[in-house]
Design a protein around this ligand. Structure first.
Ligand SMILES: [Zn+2]
Length: 281
């Protein structure tokens, strides 16, 4: 069962039966679906109950909880840097793991979940640059959307900005619990500084701060100020003092994962400590 929250006119945040969220952006001419979830249920059929505009699927990055739902679409787009991750995360081993999790939750999994073809995404083409960040704009008809390539959680991670609402879709480049520990993730300080630069340049371009954030592991909107505060909290000193935490690293082998947390706010940043030490000044 999908659930969805209308956040602004033309902006619907959808959560799938496995608990991951993604967003439909709809203008008067066309719509963008930003990510497609685990694909246990027919995402396209659900989205068609929300809009009668033509829908293009864009993937924020190559992880399975965002891309497996692409099986329900004829095509999608994604940054080329994540194609290898996409292939790994749509392979049999990962699908089996997701199917088992779904069955444990008592969900019905389509019979062809392990074998359904998932078209490889077409690589995104960027048309512009925002202070050194690759980007491209979409006019959906009365709704403008900026796609910005922000390597962080993965090298191909992209965020989306809707100027009309000062709304930022962060994908997995930020969640209240942010994971920066995968082998392909950039070092945590580099990611943090890049996110701060992104927020600053959006503020410069718009004359006001990002007001609302939608992310992949929250069913509802968060305040833009929370993202600023999170990034300011995760100083090099706090990262240096962060204790180790055990993660499920079955797919990747040994990674020295540490977690910087702020329990009062419900924030956590899990990152690769070796990468941090190399990157920290
Ligand atoms: Zn991810």
């Amino acid at each position: 069962m999908f659930t969805s929250i209308p956040v602004f006119p033309g902006v619907t945040h959808i959560t799938d039966c496995m608990g991951v969220s993604f967003t439909l952006l709809e203008g008067s001419d066309s719509a963008l679906l930003i990510d497609a979830g685990y694909g246990i249920e027919d995402v396209r059929a659900y989205v068609e109950t929300l809009t009668d505009r033509p829908v293009e699927l864009i993937l924020t990055h190559g992880h399975h909880d965002h891309v497996l739902g692409a099986r329900w679409f004829r095509k999608s787009r994604m940054a080329r840097e994540d194609l290898e991750e996409f292939r790994l995360r749509t392979a049999l081993r990962q699908r089996e793991a997701v199917r088992n999790q779904a069955l444990e939750r008592g969900l019905t999994v389509p019979e062809d979940y392990l074998t359904a073809p998932i078209p490889e995404p077409e690589p995104l083409a960027y048309t512009d640059e925002l202070d050194g960040m690759e980007c491209t704009g979409y006019d959906l008809g009365d709704l403008e959307v900026w796609l910005i390539h922000v390597p962080g959680h993965t090298p191909g991670s992209c965020v989306f900005f809707v100027p009309e609402y000062q709304l930022l879709l962060t994908g997995d480049d930020w969640n209240p619990c942010t994971w920066m520990w995968f082998p392909s993730a950039v070092p945590a300080p580099q990611w943090r500084d890049r996110m701060i630069r992104l927020l600053e340049l959006l503020e410069r371009a718009q004359g006001e701060r990002v007001e609302t954030v939608l992310c992949s592991h929250q069913a509802g909107p968060r305040k833009g100020s929370e993202l600023w505060d999170f990034l300011a909290y995760m100083t090099d000193d706090r990262l240096r003092a962060a204790p180790p935490i055990a993660m499920n690293i079955e797919l990747y082998g040994e990674i020295p994962t540490h977690q910087a947390a702020c329990p009062e706010k419900g924030w956590a940043l899990v990152f690769d400590y070796d990468k941090f030490l190399k990157a920290a000044t």
